[in-house]
Design a protein around this ligand. Structure first.
Ligand SMILES: *[C@@H]1O[C@H](CO)[C@@H](O)[C@H](O)[C@H]1NC(C)=O
Ligand SMILES: *[C@@H]1O[C@H](CO)[C@@H](O)[C@H](O)[C@H]1NC(C)=O
Ligand SMILES: *[C@@H]1O[C@H](CO)[C@@H](O)[C@H](O)[C@H]1NC(C)=O
Ligand SMILES: *[C@@H]1O[C@H](CO)[C@@H](O)[C@H](O)[C@H]1NC(C)=O
Ligand SMILES: *[C@@H]1O[C@H](CO)[C@@H](O)[C@H](O)[C@H]1NC(C)=O
Length: 463
């Protein structure tokens, strides 16, 4: 082999080694987390076309709610790294999808949404408020967008069945309306707790208590075993349960408990919740079988759907913020997040840039899957684990979520989302056709009914 041949071989070798060690995380080097996050963010955004001409800002193909999740993750990424490359697309998308009434019920999609779909946008807005994310002049504050989501969801609290609870779906014509589920109720619980801490308004704290206490009367939150069922149905009086275990259900109840713990300066009610839920989280989702790396039960068989691939990312971010708001939890959480982030980096050797990630974070070889969702989840763990490098402990100056009395400058509007809402008064008992409308309107009724069938088919296809 000549000199040139050997040089080419050497170059090829160098290139393959680089691809193989694609995302390399050193657990004690914050820059390695920043670089990993930057690579994951770049590949995530490459799946997004909402900022191209002719496209709809904030709308991802085939899904609406994931847009909120994506922006929430990009806001956290900005917070931890200071990289503002994606602030334009985030601000534009967040305001576009807030809809006509700035309550994340845009009329294009509002007729087939679940409470949880709307909530992810609300949580993204809340995150922006707490992190003093730059806002756009002349637009409603991030805080008011979150308040609008709270204000539209609270009237949907349905005491006529199971003594309370939110239905999964907003509208009674939707399949899944008979469920009261963990992510919808745990989502509103989390938002209420965060609004309570940010504004110090007791109404939000009262709601956080109501939702937690109600959940504890159902299989959605077992305060003895600290198990969280995915859903229960109201025809059973909320006694039956779908016991599928999902990271984000635990994460959302944990997060709300953590904010309430911080707000109440360590109330034992919330400390018991944090300790109990962390116990089941470690047991269920960080099993020794996978080396203590975070795993979603659907990862190993690779049968997570696109929604489910995102869940580990949510748990990652909520665990990271837990370490700042309840600093006594930091030790084990940081150890597990760092271990998981490092493992996830090894999973990210896919596609031509050798940096795309799969879903099996415990697997040191790329699992062959790729997508926006895989990127979003790994971005979340890479970026949010930077909380590990924050000074911990009481009084320490850290990047914990702000409040209106610790420098958070997002303006409060307690009545946001009320008033002109397209869905005002259309709670669970909304009947789309009144008796008066029905008189002599057989044809219309028929068109209406077939419309819903079409809508239902569409709903199944995208959400
Ligand atoms: C869309 O956003 C990405 C990421 O910020 C950027 O690279 C791209 O140029 C943007 N496209 C348009 C048309 O603005
Ligand atoms: C609603 O759909 C119209 C037509 O496709 C589009 O122009 C508009 O941007 C959409 N609005 C939202 C909030 O997605
Ligand atoms: C709050 O302050 C940050 C900078 O600290 C700024 O980027 C943001 O736009 C401010 N928000 C408001 C509503 O003034
Ligand atoms: C609440 O959060 C702040 C900010 O991180 C922290 O300094 C404080 O110790 C927390 N409170 C409790 C009771 O842990
Ligand atoms: C507290 O929040 C409730 C519910 O949104 C609202 O009605 C009330 O006006 C708020 N109080 C203050 C002082 O902002």
């Amino acid at each position: 082999m000549g000199y040139l041949g050997r040089l080419i071989l050497l170059l090829q070798l160098l290139l393959t080694t680089q691809v193989a060690r694609a995302i390399d995380i050193s657990p004690d080097d914050p820059n390695s987390f920043k670089q990993a996050a930057s690579a994951a963010a770049y590949d995530m955004v490459s799946y997004y076309s909402g900022n191209q001409s002719g496209q709809i800002p904030g709308k991802l193909s085939g899904t609406w709610w994931e847009g909120g999740a994506m922006f929430m993750t990009l806001i956290q990424y900005w917070h931890w790294t200071g990289d503002n490359s994606y602030n334009d697309i985030t601000q534009t998308g967040m305001y576009w999808q807030a809809g006509e009434n700035y309550d994340y019920m845009p009329s294009n999609y509002s007729s087939y949404l679940g409470n949880d779909d709307q909530m992810f946008w609300g949580l993204a807005a809340m995150t922006a408020a707490e992190l003093n994310y730059p806002q756009v002049d002349g637009k409603p504050s991030w805080l008011s967008l979150a308040q609008a989501v709270f204000n539209t969801q609270v009237p949907r609290w349905d005491k006529t069945s199971c003594n309370g609870g939110l239905h999964w779906q907003i509208w009674s014509y939707q399949a899944g309306w008979n469920q009261k589920n963990a992510i919808s109720n745990g989502g509103l619980f989390q938002l209420a707790a965060r609004l309570a801490r940010y504004t110090n308004n007791q109404t939000y704290a009262d709601w956080a208590n109501i939702i937690w206490d109600w959940s504890a009367t159902t299989p959605l939150l077992n305060t003895k075993t600290w198990d969280i069922a995915d859903s229960t149905t109201f025809p059973s009086g909320c006694t039956d349960h779908d016991d599928d275990q999902w990271t984000y259900n635990y994460g959302t109840y944990l997060m709300g408990a953590v904010y309430m713990y911080n707000l109440t300066n360590g109330d034992p009610k919330w400390k018991a919740g944090i300790d109990g839920l962390l116990g089941t989280i470690w047991k269920n989702f960080f099993p020794q079988q996978y080396g203590g790396v975070m795993v979603e039960p659907c990862d190993a068989p690779k049968n997570c759907n696109r929604n489910e691939i995102l869940f580990k990312g949510f748990l990652s971010s909520w665990l990271a913020f837990t370490t700042l708001l309840a600093p006594y939890t930091a030790g084990p959480i940081i150890e597990k997040l760092k271990l998981t982030a490092q493992a996830a980096g090894k999973q990210c050797t896919g596609l031509s840039d050798g940096k795309h990630c799969g879903m099996q974070w415990y697997n040191p070889t790329w699992d062959g899957t790729d997508g926006l969702e895989q990127q979003m989840s790994t971005l979340s763990i890479f970026a949010n684990t930077l909380a590990a490098f924050e000074p911990q402990g009481s009084g320490a100056k850290n990047q914990a979520p702000l409040t209106s009395s610790t420098g958070g400058n997002s303006t409060s509007d307690p009545s946001a989302g009320t008033g002109s809402s397209a869905d005002e008064g259309l709670g669970p008992h909304f009947s789309p056709i009144t008796t008066a409308d029905r008189v002599g309107a057989g044809v219309l009724t028929f068109a209406f009914a077939t419309g819903w069938i079409g809508m239902a088919a569409w709903m199944l296809k995208e959400r």
